[in-house]
Design a protein around this ligand. Structure first.
Ligand code: FAD
Length: 396
């Protein structure tokens, strides 16, 4: 690297401060209502929380991806269940449409998503397909005037509330990744039905199973080229890992914060448990892991902001941050003793929310494979990029 600067800019510090204020004043008081809160999402959109990586033309502030990561971390530090919004309103949906969409699709969807006037979702996963995206079974047919989609999607964040979806589908399953297409679908189309999925954590983020029966999408809604959906997916996932990794850091930081507070307050054997070496050791490990995860995330995001390849670095960051948050949430539970298990304290929620970070946007094993294949010289993770962020800055 030809330069190293750990100081956030004045503008990024300002939005970090504003996000922290919002999270403390508006999110925290309602933390026990573990449901989707449309009003909070609208406010986040209006305050520009989803727009950091977008040009003004699309409702953004052009602050860059590092600002996006910082904002996402601050929100997740209070409610990790709001973290998926940083993908479905920004990086995996709106940015993908801006990057790969026709000008018609960009104008129709991007600004509304960034401002949270419309809600988005990304549909990769299916009953028979998770990590192996090239095996997607949902079908897409070119009907001349429109595309026709049939199939089922599972585990779709925002699936039950979204107005706009990016659906990944195949026109010929035998072609595997070469048969994939990515298309934007309006969810008010006939044949689009959803059913919410109950789950362990992240409860302010609704998850749904989606059925598509003869759902239509206009031709101008194809992202990239026909059969180019796998490439669209891979760059969307790289970007999605920015939000997932920074969300994991925010949640890990919340575990550190509450553990320090509790350890200083809780008296056993006549003194605060913070004074016992074993507890101190846990705090030291939690702080170190969290700060190391943050630095890995910021390095990956910084490379992206510099238009440089970052697939390897963001996978490494996502992997490490995911492992960190699960470990640190467990340590926070331990420091809280029985109170960790209580519904009165936030720790049980942190513990439930943490696990997702080892699953979404590529499981821990998929990240391990990417990192190891790169290290062993089997397959280089970083490739020449089709598009870089500077192409979209100051977009007229
Ligand atoms: C809360 C939540 C939100 C989600 N949101 C979305 C969303 O918005 N959109 C969307 O499309 N999906 C979403 N998902 C789905 C998520 O992306 C998948 O769960 C994830 O990709 C893993 O797929 P899977 O669950 O089918 O697991 P599988 O792929 O079946 O994997 C099961 C296990 O096998 C391991 N494994 C698989 N293949 C290999 C291999 N080659 N080598 C070693 N180990 C392997 C995995 O690491 C994992 O441990 C969400 C999931 C959750 C839990």
């Amino acid at each position: 690297m030809d330069q190293m600067d750990f100081e956030l800019t004045k503008e990024v510090k300002a939005i970090q401060k504003e996000t922290r204020r919002f999270a403390r004043q508006e999110v925290l008081p309602r933390i026990k209502e573990e449901v989707f809160k449309r009003d909070l999402v609208s406010k986040m959109g209006k305050l520009g929380f989803f727009g950091c990586a977008f040009p003004m033309k699309y409702g953004g502030s052009d602050l860059g991806f590092l600002a996006h990561a910082v904002v996402c971390e601050e929100i997740s530090r209070v409610d990790s269940g709001l973290r998926p919004l940083f993908n479905v309103q920004a990086l995996t949906v709106a940015y993908t449409i801006m990057e790969r969409g026709t000008s018609g699709a960009r104008d129709k969807y991007v600004k509304d998503l960034v401002l949270a006037q419309k809600l988005g979702c990304t549909c990769f996963s299916e009953p028979n397909v998770g990590s192996d995206i090239a095996s997607i079974e949902t079908s897409i047919e070119d009907k001349g005037d429109y595309f026709l989609l049939n199939g089922a999607k599972t585990w779709i964040s925002n699936g039950s509330v979204a107005d706009v979806a990016i659906v990944y589908a195949t026109f010929d399953g035998s072609l595997k990744h070469k048969g994939l297409c990515a298309v934007v679908v309006d969810t008010d189309q006939p044949g689009w039905t959803t059913q919410e999925t109950p789950k362990l954590g992240d409860k302010s983020s609704p998850i749904a199973e989606i059925h598509l029966k003869d759902v239509r999408a206009p031709k101008e809604n194809l992202l990239g080229v026909w059969g180019g959906g796998f490439k669209v997916a891979m760059s969307a996932l790289d970007r999605g890992r920015i939000s997932v990794a920074s969300g994991a850091v925010g949640l890990a930081q919340a575990c550190v914060d509450c553990s320090i507070e509790y350890a200083n307050k809780r008296i056993q054997f006549g003194k605060p448990i913070a004074q016992y070496q074993l507890v101190k050791g846990s705090i030291a490990e939690m702080v170190s892991l969290t700060e190391a995860a943050r630095l890995l995330v910021w390095r990956g995001v910084w490379l992206n902001d510099q238009d440089r390849p970052f697939t390897r670095e963001i996978a490494l960051a996502k992997y490490f941050a995911g492992e960190t948050v699960v470990k640190v949430a467990g340590m926070a539970m331990e420091i809280h003793g029985g109170m960790g298990y209580s519904l009165e304290m936030p720790v049980e929620k942190y513990y439930r929310d943490a696990k997702l970070y080892q699953i979404g946007e590529g499981t821990a094993n998929i990240m391990r494979i990417l990192i190891a294949d790169d290290a062993l010289g089997i397959k280089k993770a970083n490739r020449k990029r089709l598009h870089v962020p500077s192409e979209f800055r100051n977009l007229e």
